[in-house]
Design a binder for this molecule. Structure first.
Ligand SMILES: *[C@@H]1O[C@H](CO)[C@@H](O)[C@H](O)[C@H]1NC(C)=O
Ligand SMILES: *[C@@H]1O[C@H](CO)[C@@H](O)[C@H](O)[C@H]1NC(C)=O
Ligand SMILES: *[C@@H]1O[C@H](CO)[C@@H](O)[C@H](O)[C@H]1NC(C)=O
Ligand SMILES: *[C@@H]1O[C@H](CO)[C@@H](O)[C@H](O)[C@H]1NC(C)=O
Ligand SMILES: *[C@@H]1O[C@H](CO)[C@@H](O)[C@H](O)[C@H]1NC(C)=O
Ligand SMILES: *[C@@H]1O[C@H](CO)[C@@H](O)[C@H](O)[C@H]1NC(C)=O
Ligand SMILES: *[C@@H]1O[C@H](CO)[C@@H](O)[C@H](O)[C@H]1NC(C)=O
Ligand SMILES: *[C@@H]1O[C@H](CO)[C@@H](O)[C@H](O)[C@H]1NC(C)=O
Ligand SMILES: *[C@@H]1O[C@H](CO)[C@@H](O)[C@H](O)[C@H]1NC(C)=O
Length: 740
């Protein structure tokens, strides 16, 4: 039975109107990954899904109590396939040319498509799917079937296209009700579902289930058959699904979309992606053998941006619920970290997100600000003062750590000062004083209060400790004075004091209390061997899980002395083989800041080569051969930090009341001759950054303010409102500040 009959419409081939995608932005394969977890994950910050997967996820929508909360799975109704059929049956794999299907992830234009050539039939079928970047409530599937052969052979041509939905099993996260089955023929009558999540996360902070509305441009409850007369050379069809917390928003989005012709609709999406690459952020690697690394870099940026809100949208965005280690398009599985936020958000991903544009970083940190109430509750419920951010955070901002592992929630207290550190770093690059007083200071103050209440001080020795904690190295629970935790806590306390004074708070007693703790917190050091034992009682040669103490150099900038180089030597030898990707990236970034920068290259390659699956450059948390998460954005964050900050010899920090752009020696990853980064932002300037083995160049101009100044070799130079500064191999570091 034919549900819809289509008549001739002549369309311009969409390909013709899109900019050519260069190889560095086009991931193309003729065979899919054996594990479909490594298919691309697409998103627009509101909705996300993995190609051919069984789920669509929506920003902030979780189901399940406490530690069992996870992203609420919406069946993947967008997983649609098209077959060529006549009354005797449908074309099969045998009708497809050898290697006749190509699968392409077009990073520049932001869509996935497959192209299938049917040899005997002389027909090509193009299927494209993407979450729209501007109409961000909308998910799109479209198919274009074209006849390649002359009309004489059309006698045996297929008579219709059959579109079938493969959404996977029904979801136990929602109770779905069909509000409208879309069977009426009147326009504007869309199949509409209402979904309510089944189980609250924590009633005190979530009195009601979450509600979503899903509208379909047409119902695919039964496969859809589209008549295709032999004289018609091309048949095009698209299915749109819109989803929102409000029915009116989902409906308006669908109506707005259906008013546009398909060409303009796609163009709006690709324009939005192109504008990101052209105007906001891109990295170009030059070198004869740099193509694969370029693709990995571009894919990394693409997958990160896909989990961030679109900043220019048809309708106003919902508040953002943060970046989870495997992104918005995953979160149903334990391996997906259930879609929760961890320290990964601030320490691993945020420093790269900041480079995409300050607004993205603010969206991420605003999530913490909005969840301050949950963090206060968490502090109080565990017997402390101030705000204690949960190790895992989802809808309510209270602790949702998986019940498997209560000790990480109890002991990894570094998450709270990690957030303060990240805010300071964001200030150091953005110089946004208003944001610092409105958003960062209230968080930093309460984190400082938590740290004071959590510390144990010995009055006699004038020393303070954090007891029974766990650092980033989760192989060592219940330790005292993990050096990373104590160091990041000191930074957090000093930032709170500085921000308080800067923002006009006059509670000097408070600041005094925070400073005392900061001054008295123990930083363990073995003077004989000149290294930092990871925690009290750490013995040399004990295996550790991942980068922990070495983070004192980069990103903390806490210790960059000879002790740090010894830490690198020591911990490099005892870090687990199976450690997560960003561990090796951090060894690379840290060695690049030392006299032994040549050691970095092997670590840098190790940090991505066995973690990135070849077809679509999707990251795994663990190296090939180990079980781990897919679309591991945390690993991407560490890798891109090593490239931009490590190889680029670039960093940002706060020095008293000043922000500083630190520039030191740049070098090149293997097979790359030159790296171009557009743009690095500093204050209100967007800078061009180019580096090679010999030198690096930074060009910035400020829009407002008196100018820049540089300190190099203790010599201060005024630079005016713009500069073009070269740093040549062997030069001493340049400290560039904004004059205040
Ligand atoms: C999604 O569709 C593809 C065919 O296009 C199919 O191979 C895959 O199994 C489907 N996924 C689910 C979850 O059914
Ligand atoms: C099909 O593609 C694979 C690589 O994906 C290649 O090894 C093989 O030679 C191709 N076969 C033909 C007939 O082109
Ligand atoms: C759709 O809804 C209409 C009106 O409520 C009803 O008459 C019809 O039977 C329904 N169709 C299906 C397939 O459920
Ligand atoms: C937790 O909050 C309650 C109610 O405000 C208060 O009485 C109690 O002292 C708080 N606990 C701590 C450890 O601050
Ligand atoms: C920083 O600014 C604050 C107030 O804005 C001032 O009290 C303080 O002395 C300044 N610190 C330095 C090192 O200039
Ligand atoms: C300073 O900040 C603290 C912590 O947020 C707050 O309790 C206090 O009221 C503030 N004091 C002044 C004078 O602004
Ligand atoms: C690390 O291992 C290498 C190779 O086994 C060895 O040469 C080096 O001395 C070790 N370094 C430290 C600090 O243990
Ligand atoms: C960059 O310099 C290092 C050390 O001088 C060298 O090992 C490496 O091969 C150089 N890379 C390129 C691309 O020239
Ligand atoms: C910046 O300086 C470099 C080296 O001094 C020079 O090659 C380049 O053309 C300059 N760029 C601009 C925009 O002035």
């Amino acid at each position: 039975m034919l549900k819809r009959i289509l008549f001739v419409v002549s369309f311009v081939l969409l390909k013709g109107c899109l900019a050519e995608t260069t190889d560095a932005y086009l991931l193309k394969t003729f065979s899919l990954p054996s594990d479909l977890n490594f298919m691309p994950t697409l998103g627009n910050g509101h909705l996300g899904y993995t190609i051919y997967g069984d789920a669509i996820f929506m920003n902030g929508v979780y189901n399940g109590p406490g530690g069992n909360s996870k992203r609420a799975r919406i069946p993947n109704w967008l997983n649609i396939s098209t077959e060529l059929c006549d009354r005797f049956g449908c074309a099969s794999a045998e009708d497809v040319e050898v290697n006749g299907t190509s699968y392409e992830m077009d990073l520049r234009n932001g869509y996935f498509r497959s192209l299938t050539a049917y040899k005997s039939l002389g027909i090509t079928v193009e299927q494209r799917t993407y979450p729209h970047k501007y109409y961000n409530r909308a998910l799109v599937y479209e198919v274009v079937a074209s006849r390649r052969t002359s009309s004489s052979s059309r006698v045996n041509s297929p008579q219709f296209l059959k579109l079938t939905q493969h959404p996977g099993t029904s979801s136990n996260a929602f109770e779905f009700v069909v509000l409208n089955n879309g069977s009426s023929t009147s326009s504007g009558d869309f199949r509409t579902l209402r979904g309510r999540t089944e189980v609250l996360e924590f009633e005190k902070f979530q009195p009601d289930p979450q509600e979503i509305f899903i509208l379909f441009s047409e119902s695919l409850e039964q496969p859809l058959q589209l008549e295709w007369p032999a004289w018609q050379s091309e048949l095009r069809h698209r299915i749109i699904i819109t989803i929102d917390r409000q029915e009116s928003v989902a409906r308006k989005e669908l109506e707005d979309v259906l008013q546009l012709d398909p060409k303009s609709f796609l163009q709006k999406h690709t324009d939005s992606w192109n504008s990101f690459w052209d105007r906001e952020f891109s990295i170009e690697l030059r070198g004869d053998d740099a193509l694969e690394l370029s693709q990995i870099v571009n894919a990394g940026i693409f997958y990160l941006v896909s989990s961030l809100p679109s900043l220019n949208t048809n309708q106003q965005n919902e508040p953002f619920y943060g970046l989870s280690p495997t992104g918005l398009g995953r979160g149903n599985l334990e391996a997906d970290y259930q879609g929760h936020n961890f320290w990964d958000t601030e320490i691993w991903m945020l420093p790269i997100v900041t480079q995409f544009g300050f607004q993205y970083a603010k969206e991420v940190l605003d999530y913490r600000f909005r969840k301050l109430e949950g963090a206060r509750y968490n502090a109080n419920a565990t017997g402390f003062k101030g705000a204690r951010f949960p190790w895992e955070s989802a809808y309510t901002g209270t602790e949702v750590t998986n019940p498997c592992c209560p000790e990480v929630a109890q002991q990894e207290i570094h998450i709270s000062p990690d957030i303060s550190f990240a805010m300071q770093k964001f200030f150091a690059q953005s110089e946004d004083y208003v944001w610092t007083c409105e958003t960062a200071w209230p968080i930093a103050a309460e984190v400082a209060e938590f740290l004071v209440s959590r510390a144990t001080c010995e009055e006699k020795q004038n020393l303070c400790h954090f007891l029974n904690i766990m650092g980033p190295d989760e192989d060592h629970p219940d330790v005292n004075d993990n050096v990373y935790t104590n160091a990041v806590a000191k930074i957090a306390l000093e930032f709170a004091e500085w921000a308080g004074q800067m923002c006009g708070n006059t509670s000097t007693k408070l600041f005094e209390k925070w400073r005392q703790l900061s001054d008295r917190l123990v930083i363990l050091k073995d003077d004989e061997l000149n290294y930092h034992p990871q925690h009290l009682g750490y013995t040399l040669n004990t295996i550790v899980k991942q980068a922990d103490t070495i983070l004192l150099g980069f990103p903390l900038r806490f210790d960059t002395s000879s002790t740090h180089l010894n830490d690198l030597h020591i911990y490099a030898n005892v870090t687990r083989e199976s450690g997560p990707a960003m561990t090796w990236s951090m060894f690379a970034a840290n060695y690049l800041g030392t006299s032994e920068d040549w050691r970095a290259h092997d670590y840098f390659e190790r940090g991505y080569k066995s973690y990135v699956r070849p077809e679509f450059k999707v990251w795994s948390e663990t190296p090939l051969g180990y079980e781990g998460s897919a679309n591991f954005l945390t690993g991407i964050g560490g890798f891109l930090q090593a490239l931009i900050f490590g190889y680029g010899g670039l960093d940002f920090g706060r020095d008293g009341n000043k922000t500083v752009m630190f520039r030191s020696q740049a070098s090149m990853p293997p097979n790359v001759n030159e790296v171009h980064v557009n743009y690095i932002r500093y204050g209100d300037s967007k800078c061009r950054f180019i580096f090679s083995n010999l030198s690096s160049e930074m060009q910035c101009s400020m829009q407002s303010g008196p100018g820049f100044e540089m300190v190099q070799n203790q010599k201060r130079t005024m630079l005016g409102k713009s500069f073009n500064l070269t740093h040549v191999r062997g030069d001493s570091p340049q400290h560039i500040s904004i004059v205040r």
